[in-house]
Design a binder for this molecule. Structure first.
Ligand code: PRP
Ligand code: URA
Length: 208
């Protein structure tokens, strides 16, 4: 069983409070999503394998390292887009494969409307990014799709989760490590995380 990592980093906690604030405008909200995603990505990539290499500095050869595995980021549209753009800035060699899922407002079940994965897996590690892990339905569906595709090592990177979502994802896919900034109290009757931050897609894109 992989672990659930909830960040205790002061910068993450500081930025998370700003992100939750209902007065935070979309421009600032997007900026905070990017920054927190980068900090969590740093934590989620601590175990990436390295290959040694030599580079030439202006003075002498120096021993260095390169990330050895091919890493892919899979944003769940649309709210995962800002997180994907942020982590690609840190590791520009990453492949980005988009998955379009939305929650049906009545049933809360995920509906797949877009899948841009290539025919064969071309990455060693798949990192799903989506700010909200609420019922967990979307995350479980995304992992199902990746496993059917042939992905071997999968991680989930989110900002805020409900206990229900963590439980569902862990039960369905115990081999997926989960990285979060917070686990909140509960889901309300409409499937929103409480206290959460509201609708992550609407707040990033100024809709709703
Ligand atoms: C949100 C969020 C997750 C999903 C989480 O997306 O970004 O993908 O809900 O809920 P779940 O854990 O209960 O499945 P939404 O359906 O609002 O789509 P959007 O990103 O296009 O706004
Ligand atoms: N999706 C969101 O954007 N927010 C929630 O609280 C739950 C699902």
């Amino acid at each position: 069983m992989e672990e659930v990592h909830v960040s205790t980093h002061p910068l993450v906690l500081h930025k998370l409070a700003l992100l939750r604030n209902e007065l935070t405008e979309p421009k600032k909200f997007r900026e905070l999503v990017r920054e927190i995603a980068q900090l969590l990505f740093y934590e989620a990539t601590q175990d990436l394998p390295l290959a040694p290499l030599t580079v030439q500095t202006p003075l002498a050869p120096a021993q260095g390292y390169a990330v050895a595995d091919r890493v892919g980021v899979i944003p769940i549209l649309r709210a995962g887009l800002g997180m994907a753009e942020a982590v690609v800035e840190i590791l520009p060699t990453m492949h980005v494969w988009h998955l379009g899922l939305y929650r049906d407002h009545e049933t809360l079940q995920p509906v797949t409307y877009y899948n841009k994965l290539p025919a064969e897996p071309d990455i060693d590690i798949s990192i799903i990014v989506d700010p909200m892990l609420a019922t967990g339905g979307s995350a479980v569906a995304a992992v199902d799709i990746l496993k059917r595709w042939g992905a071997k090592q999968i991680k989930f990177l989110g900002l805020i989760a409900a206990p229900e979502g963590v439980q569902l994802l862990r039960t369905a896919h115990p081999d997926v490590a989960i990285y979060l900034a917070a686990i909140d109290s509960h889901l309300n009757e409409r499937g929103y995380i409480v206290p959460g931050l509201g609708d992550a897609g609407d707040r990033q894109f100024g809709t709703g």
